[in-house]
Design a protein around this ligand. Structure first.
Ligand SMILES: Nc1ncnc2c1ncn2[C@@H]1O[C@H](COP(=O)(O)OP(=O)(O)OP(=O)(O)O)[C@@H](O)[C@H]1O
Ligand SMILES: [Mg+2]
Length: 395
């Protein structure tokens, strides 16, 4: 009997009397008739109306007897569980293992995860209401909310908080140490040592600044309120800005940067601050994921309508199966490297580049380094002649 399909949307009207296992004795007709208030036709129409309403509700609803046996459900419940046969006559716990039985006391809604009809794992929240009709009659209604999106957002939020706390702790300790040294050792420091401590403090403060900028941009890109104001901007200005931030870190790792900008490069349509952020993130990745003393190349390649920037490194490269999520927030390739990061840099770069009407991509091969490129619209064909330079990262 438990597998007998129930009519779609059939829900217990007034009582659990119609339990398919026959446990509770009474049948539907008796209960309805027992009210003696409405004529049968009026009752039938009221009932039909109620069914239509329940069918229209997109939230899965399941009713059970007081002993927890399923007696009714709507179309949304069938969609969640796959078929009426998976519901009708079964125990509520067979279907929703984390739900409370009708007789169990609960302290509010319960949450849990299960695989839906398609095999996808969903996060659910269940509200239960028990309707008593007399001493031992009644039924229970379970309303099932799919909170997967909400749960995912919460997970991301926790992950973000954790990563940000983790990312800030390191630089704060470095800053703290630098200040401590300047405070207590100042008279004994040689001018070289003094410059070294100050240099460390400034690099660290820059790292924190980049993190803050990334967080702010990520927030507005995600919320859909991200706007850029592109104007004619010189390519060299974007490069200089980015180098001011990443140059010191590259130098500290002994990396050389080769910049290749053709003499006739045009200006680009860019919001300078954000274009700088894109380039900073790509150069920072090239630096932190590549070995010390390696070479990084920044190549600018204009064509008629677009200007393409590529950042190439001699790092370990990224395996094809790990490339798919690279532009998603919080995605980090798992490696032995202890390079710091939140996993936002490329996601933000993509958001900014696309807001400018450009595109971004990555070519990488394990053992052969990585090239990340993006395009911006060209503004004019009479750009500043930047020439071909091979520069120290500090510029
Ligand atoms: N040039 C590169 N070489 C090798 N791996 C890279 C390179 N650029 C990015 N990756 C991989 O892609 C992941 C995502 O990069 P992304 O810049 O989005 O985040 P992150 O560098 O980890 O953190 P954040 O940029 O927020 O500080 C990195 O964790 C890294 O594993
Ligand atoms: Mg990064």
């Amino acid at each position: 009997m438990p597998d007998e399909p129930a009519p779609v949307g059939w829900l217990v009207p007034r009582s659990a009397g119609a339990a398919p296992d026959g446990n509770s004795g009474q049948d539907e007709e008796q209960v309805a008739g027992g009210q003696g208030l409405l004529a049968p036709r009026a009752l039938a129409s009221q009932e039909a109306h109620r069914r239509e309403l329940l069918e229209a509700i997109r939230t899965p609803i399941v009713t059970t007897t007081l002993s927890g046996r399923i007696t009714g459900f709507n179309a949304a419940a069938i969609a969640l569980f796959g078929s009426p046969a998976r519901l009708y006559g079964r125990g509520i716990r067979d279907v929703l293992p984390f739900a409370a039985e009708p007789h169990e006391p609960t302290s509010g809604d319960v949450q849990g995860r299960l695989a839906d009809a398609t095999g996808r794992t969903v996060d659910l929240e269940i509200s239960r209401t028990v309707m008593h009709e007399g001493a031992d009659q009644g039924y229970a209604v379970y309303v099932v909310h799919d909170i997967s999106r909400h749960a995912e957002v919460n997970r991301l939020r926790e992950q973000l908080l954790y990563s940000v706390a983790h990312e800030l702790r390191g630089p704060l300790m470095v800053l703290d140490n630098a200040l401590e040294i300047l405070d207590t050792e100042y008279p004994r420091l040689t001018s070289e040592e003094h410059a070294h401590v100050l240099g460390t403090a400034r690099r660290t403060a820059r790292r924190m600044r980049t993190l803050m900028e990334d967080l702010l941009s990520a927030g507005s890109i995600q919320s859909g309120h991200f706007v850029v104001a592109p104007r004619k901007t010189s390519i060299q200005a974007i490069i200089d800005d980015a180098l001011e931030i990443v140059g010191p870190a590259m130098r500290a790792r002994g990396q050389r940067l080769e910049i290749d900008v053709p003499a006739n490069a045009p200006r680009v349509m860019a919001d300078q601050r954000y274009a700088r952020q894109v380039l900073t993130n790509l150069l920072a990745n090239a630096s932190k994921y590549s070995p010390e003393d390696s070479m990084i190349r920044l190549v600018v390649h204009p064509n008629s309508r677009l200007v393409r920037f590529s950042v190439e490194d001699q790092g370990p490269g990224i395996a094809p199966e790990q490339q798919a999520g690279l532009f998603e927030r919080f995605y980090r390739v798992r490696t032995d490297s202890d390079a710091p990061g939140v996993g936002l840099g490329l996601a933000i770069a993509k958001g900014i580049v696309e807001a400018h009407g450009g595109s971004i991509g990555i070519d990488s091969q394990v053992g052969n380094g990585t090239r990340v490129w993006f395009t911006l619209q060209s503004a004019t064909r009479q750009g500043r002649a930047a020439g071909h330079v091979s520069a120290d990262p500090a510029g």
